[in-house]
Design a protein around this ligand. Structure first.
Ligand SMILES: [Zn+2]
Length: 234
């Protein structure tokens, strides 16, 4: 079963051509070690020089940690083109953090433009700013993944309408009703799962998703591998 659930990732970028995709995909994590059964897209919001060979990353300037934008963008641009960096982010807008709004918007705009220039997907952090995020992403053509989604199905539908992907994580383990009903109604080809800042295997989130979507574990594994392949086949 384990072997059957592995698929050969036949997509660009070239370095991924021969890679066997492990069973589980953790699309957004801050963990260093996620084990051999998981393909993890590791997020870094600083110390970009720490990206290591054999690992894959999303690099971005988090709205919580913006201070000297010009210097931070310089650093990000220096590392973002690296082939180990599969996505830009998390970046975005957050209405409950103290970072000045104009600075958040500017950082988000610059990073969206960088993602477009490099043709890499964007991973978005969004807190109470969905309207503003959608407005700012107008015209962006790279795939967009909104991470940590836990809002109601009506909002999920509006975001799907824009062509975005949604990623679900800890809210599923906390029995958050809105997150669960959104996940239950997601089209299979438009979502991902993640651990974010949790210190547990993404397998646990898969378990919750299997229960919520009333699907089989193997079907879910294959579907998310397919979604990964679609989004990162740039
Ligand atoms: Zn995160």
């Amino acid at each position: 079963m384990y072997i059957l659930s592995r698929v050969l990732l036949s997509v660009k970028p070239l370095f991924l051509l021969t890679m066997l995709l492990p069973s589980y995909i953790d699309i957004h994590t801050h963990q260093e070690d996620t084990g051999p059964d998981t393909f993890a897209l590791k997020n870094r919001y600083d110390r970009f020089e720490l990206i290591a060979d054999g690992q894959y990353y999303s690099l971005g300037l988090h709205p919580w940690y913006l201070h000297d934008l010009a210097t931070q963008m310089d650093l990000l641009e220096r590392y973002a083109a690296d082939s180990k960096v599969l996505a830009i982010g998390e970046c975005g807008l957050d209405k409950v953090c103290p970072t000045p709004w104009p600075l958040q918007e500017k950082a988000f705009r610059l990073q969206s433009a960088l993602a477009e220039r490099l043709n890499k997907p964007l991973i978005i952090h969004c807190v109470r700013a969905y309207t503003e995020v959608m407005a700012l992403l107008k015209g962006v053509r790279v795939p967009v993944i909104l991470h940590g989604f836990q809002k109601k199905p009506e909002l999920a539908a509006a975001l799907l309408q824009q062509g975005y992907y949604l990623s679900f994580g800890k809210a599923l383990l906390e029995n958050k009703v809105q997150a669960a009903s959104s996940l239950a109604t997601m089209p299979p080809d438009r979502f991902f799962l993640e651990t974010d800042d949790m210190d547990l295997p993404v397998e646990k989130i898969y378990g919750a998703a299997v229960r919520i979507r009333k699907t089989g574990a193997d079907a879910l594994i294959l579907q998310l591998q397919k979604n990964f392949k679609t989004v990162f086949a740039l």
